[in-house]
Design a protein around this ligand. Structure first.
Ligand code: LER
Ligand code: MN
Length: 272
């Protein structure tokens, strides 16, 4: 197998921790290319944070792809989300994703639907919040379909959101949305908290697994925690996974050391 390896970064510093070289896209691109990554993933609050033409040029020079655009920062930093009872907030959240889709289309990248779903239902109205999420996501899936862009729904642990914590939850959301094109994103950090078995979750997602966040139990680079990655690799192979493995990891002990560990780790792991 040849999983393509990516590294998650951001053009701006963020309260969202597991990003490398956040605030310095140039440095992120340079480091990723030098270490042998094939792509970068960009966590974007808004597409206004990047100049698409310049990004295209920067990536082209070093031969990197854009694997995916993250969207959680729009929630964490601005409170935009699908679950919000306020129409205007939901519309703004969907508008952001539409902009992400347009930008992603230019690069053949996926768009990640994670925390943009929201964190908690307002006033305990879980079912109403859920209906809003499904409706918003349906709109995004339609826009993505028209643009030929892939959407991935990420399962996120219970401490960050009440909505869709496990692979099974994320698969159910896809079913509710009814999009055959959208897939799930599984993140080893979240799976370590939520799943009975990480390998089991990967197998349950099967061909609907379209993107994968590699990271260890402590959110450090893979290999620096206690996840059994040989199990994870075997599960990915068993479902014929052929997508990206993207390192969404804390910059510990520092960004460069973390990036180097992730890249070196994948080199050994993916061929084991
Ligand atoms: C994002 O990829 C993630 O893993 C979440 O914890 C926050 O969006
Ligand atoms: Mn993730």
């Amino acid at each position: 197998v040849a999983w393509r390896t990516s590294m998650a970064t951001s053009p701006a510093p963020s309260v969202f921790g597991p990003l490398l070289f956040a605030g310095d896209l140039g440095r992120a691109i340079e480091a990723a290319a030098a270490l042998g990554f094939e792509g970068i993933e960009i966590s974007l609050r808004s597409t206004a944070e990047v100049d698409a033409g310049r990004l295209e040029e920067q990536l082209q020079v070093v031969g990197l792809a854009l694997s995916a655009l993250g969207s959680g920062r729009a929630f964490l930093e601005e409170g935009l989300c699908f679950a919000d009872p306020d129409d205007g907030v939901r519309r703004a959240a969907v508008a952001r994703i539409r902009e992400h889709i347009t930008l992603a289309g230019r690069f053949g990248a996926l768009v990640i639907i994670g925390l943009i779903r929201g964190a908690r239902p307002a006033d305990g109205g879980a079912e109403a919040a859920d209906r809003r999420i499904v409706r918003c996501l349906r709109e995004c899936a339609e826009a993505a379909g028209e643009a030929g862009v892939g959407l991935v729904v990420e399962a996120i642990n219970r401490y960050e959101t009440a909505f869709y914590n496990t692979a099974e939850d994320a698969l159910q959301l896809l079913d509710a949305v009814g999009s055959s094109r959208a897939g799930v994103l599984l993140d080893v950090f979240h799976m370590n908290i939520e799943e009975v078995s990480i390998a089991g979750a990967v197998r349950a997602a099967g061909s609907r697994l379209h993107y994968f966040h590699i990271v260890d139990s402590n959110r450090w680079a893979p290999g620096w925690g206690h996840v059994d990655y040989s199990d994870v690799g075997e599960a990915l192979r068993s479902v014929g996974y052929a997508g990206w493995v993207s390192a969404e990891i804390l910059p510990r002990p520092d960004a460069l050391a973390a990036a180097r560990q992730a890249r070196t780790f994948v080199a050994g792991w993916a061929t084991a």
